[in-house]
Design a protein around this ligand. Structure first.
Ligand code: HEM
Length: 144
């Protein structure tokens, strides 16, 4: 159940994150005013990403990969690329990605100009997106 939720929510997270980055880049390039709509897009993305983080933690503790660590130890898990991906690489990169998104949201509020706000969102959310894209288990995710 949790695995399905984590897998399904990942679509929403990815789509809204791409949308927020594209929206910020368009806003920056067209020198638009940073409106309430832009704030809501950034905030909604932050919330969706945090929900995915929580689901991810639950998915982690009920996963076969975590059970493998409990049974065989961390050393053995690190030697298995398929296990290491879900025990270390994927969670670490996703936590970093969501940290970047959170920093971006908090820093954009301190900017006084529309350009500064769009630029901060584009940069931090954009980096977060790259981190997410780099460690999504694509073949497993899209295999059904
Ligand atoms: C933006 C954040 C995240 C995204 C977009 C994301 C995305 C995904 C995707 C697409 C899968 C493959 C699902 C499938 O096979 O159908 C997956 C699996 C997994 N994720 Fe995440 N994830 C995120 C955060 C996290 C975090 C923070 C953790 C742990 C702390 C985590 C732990 C796991 C685990 C353990 C699996 C494997 C589940 C299994 O095969 O039993 N994820 N994730």
């Amino acid at each position: 159940m949790i695995k399905m939720l984590h897998s399904g929510w990942a679509y929403i997270t990815l789509i809204i994150l791409i949308f927020a980055v594209v929206n910020a880049i368009i806003g920056l390039n067209s020198k638009k005013e940073f409106t309430d709509k832009d704030l809501r897009i950034s905030l909604f993305t932050l919330i969706v990403a945090h929900i995915q983080l929580i689901i991810g933690f639950i998915a982690f503790f009920v996963s076969a990969q975590f059970e493998y660590v409990l049974d065989n130890g961390m050393g053995a898990a690190m030697k298995e690329p398929a296990i290491r991906l879900f025990v270390v690489e994927h969670p670490l990169m996703m936590i970093l990605a969501i940290t970047l998104i959170t920093m971006g949201f908090s820093k954009h509020k301190k900017q006084n100009t529309d350009k500064g706000k769009f630029k901060t969102i584009a940069l931090y959310y954009g980096l977060g997106l790259l981190f997410v894209l780099s460690r999504i288990p694509w073949s497993q995710w899209l295999s059904f």
